[in-house]
Structure formats: C-alpha cells, structure tokens
Design a protein around this ligand. Structure first.
Ligand code: GDD
Ligand code: MN
Length: 240
C-alpha cells in the first residue's frame, strides 16, 4: 500500500449514520490520490466509533482516534493532525455538508500551483451557503465573515469555513500557538501564522445535513471569542 500524501482529519461527535456514506464518497472522489482519513471522535454516545473501527478493519484508508474526557472540534482537529505524517492535511466535517469533490482541486492548488492553503468557500462565484439549517444561521455566518474580514483585513471570502487543505508545516510550526478552542480551526491557524499564507479559494456548495444534528450552540459561539482573545493576547501580551 502507498503511503498517504493527504491526511483528511474529520472531527466527529454522534455522526453514526454519516461515517459509511462519507467514506464511500471519499473513495469515489479521490481515486487518483494516495490518502487516509482520520476520524477524531470525542467518545460519542451513539456508537460512532464502533462504525469507524469496523470500517477500519475493512478499509486501509480509514483510521480512528477516540478521545476520552475531552471535547471540541478544533482541539480534535489538532490532535488528528498531530497523529498523521502526510505532507498535506485536509480538515473536513463528518456530516456530509462539505463537498468532497473540492478536495482534488484544493490538493492541485497546493501540489501543482504552489499555494500554502486552499479553502472551500461558500462566498465566491459558484459557491453557496444554502445548506445552512435556516435563515438565522445563514445570517450569523455572513455577519461573522464580514466582521472577521473587517477586523483582520483578510482577503478570504469565507474565513469561517471549516473545509480546507494546508501544508502540514503551517500547522506543525505554529502548533503551540494554537488556541484549540471552539469550531474555527482555520482562523486559529491563520492567526497563529506570523506571515500571510498564499491562499486559493475553491467554490463550494454547502450541503444540508441529512443525518444527526449540528453541535453549534451559544457555548461554542463564546469559545469563538475566547479563540480571538487568545491570539490578541499573544500579539499584545500584558505588560504587568
Ligand atoms: N470530535 C468532535 N468533538 N467533533 C465535533 C465536536 C466535538 O466537540 N463538535 C462538533 N464536531 C464535529 C461534528 O460531528 C461535525 O463532523 C463537525 O464537527 C462540524 O460540526 P457541526 O455541528 O455539523 O457544525 P455546523 O454545521 O454547525 O458548522 C460547520 O459549519 C461551519 C460553516 O458555517 C462547521 O464546519 C464549522 O467549522 C464551519 O465553519
Ligand atoms: Mn454540520
């Protein structure tokens, strides 16, 4: 078996019905690439990890990491990335809302075109956020993106995206600076990197959730603020 060039890190919490269809979709989309998928589960109560382990017995592309007594999308991604060795890391949701066919164009941007980071964006031509659960959620996401673009002066159209491919050195070299709090691991990584990453955006239609429920809640939104403060603190440490 070839070693993986791309490790796809997928944080999961109670996604039992999404694992098999997601792996089938990845197999179909990535037939020309050597890849692995690492599911990072926070001890789900619905048997998600049992499905991951059964699948890993059948399919050498599949690995799983089960964390006990810990929670959180971003910290799960960091631990999954640290457990892999591939030169390229993808981060993707485990609920089929991210379109797996974006992975090849994102890998091409890094491997062939020399970019450091490729982000699947809902807000470039051809992209859509129609899969977000309701109007309020779309509004929240759009306002969040606008706010982040304003305060960070980032040219990214979708800084709140949770679907991207990055050269592993941009995680490895900054890993101690990451906050690991909340859902926004892409922003966490961008803020931890001292100089801007050469970034390409790839249009994505964000799909509606078919099985299970979103884990977004007010505590997670608060964690977003904590993550931003963490980076402000690193940039402007208290003099006292
Ligand atoms: N291990 C682990 N631990 N996984 C988690 C946790 C956790 O505490 N919380 C959520 N996840 C997993 C979910 O199981 C799913 O695979 C993925 O993280 C995204 O979680 P959702 O609950 O589906 O998030 P969402 O759809 O509301 O938000 C997504 O969309 C945003 C775009 O608006 C996330 O992908 C965000 O990262 C993305 O920015
Ligand atoms: Mn989701």
């Amino acid at each position: 078996m070839q070693t993986a060039r791309l490790s796809i890190i997928i944080p999961i919490l109670n996604e039992v019905d999404n694992i098999r269809p997601l792996v089938s979709a990845l197999e179909k989309a990535l037939s020309t690439l050597s890849w692995e998928v690492i599911f990072v589960d926070d001890h789900s109560s619905d048997g998600t990890m049992n499905v991951v382990r059964a699948l890993a017995q059948e399919n050498p592309h599949v690995r799983g990491l089960c964390r006990i007594g810990r929670k959180g999308l971003s910290s799960a991604v960091i631990e999954g990335a640290m457990s892999s060795s591939s030169p390229f890391i993808a981060v993707m949701d485990g609920d089929l809302q991210h379109d797996e066919t974006c992975l090849l164009p994102m890998m091409h941007a890094l491997e062939t075109e020399g970019y450091d980071l490729a982000v699947a964006s809902r807000y470039v031509a051809g992209g859509k956020d129609s899969g977000l659960a309701h109007k309020g959620r779309r509004f929240l996401s759009q306002v969040g993106c606008w706010f982040i673009r304003l305060i960070l002066k980032t040219p990214l159209s979708d800084p709140m995206s949770g679907f991207f491919v990055i050269r592993r050195k941009h995680i490895d070299q900054q890993v101690e600076k990451l906050s690991g709090k909340g859902f926004k691991i892409l922003l966490d990584i961008i803020l931890a990197n001292p100089s801007p990453l050469r970034t390409k955006e790839v249009a994505m239609v964000f799909r509606p959730r078919q099985h299970g429920q979103s884990k977004l809640n007010w505590k997670i939104i608060l964690s977003f603020g904590k993550m931003l403060l963490h980076h402000l603190w690193i940039k402007f440490p208290s003099k006292t």
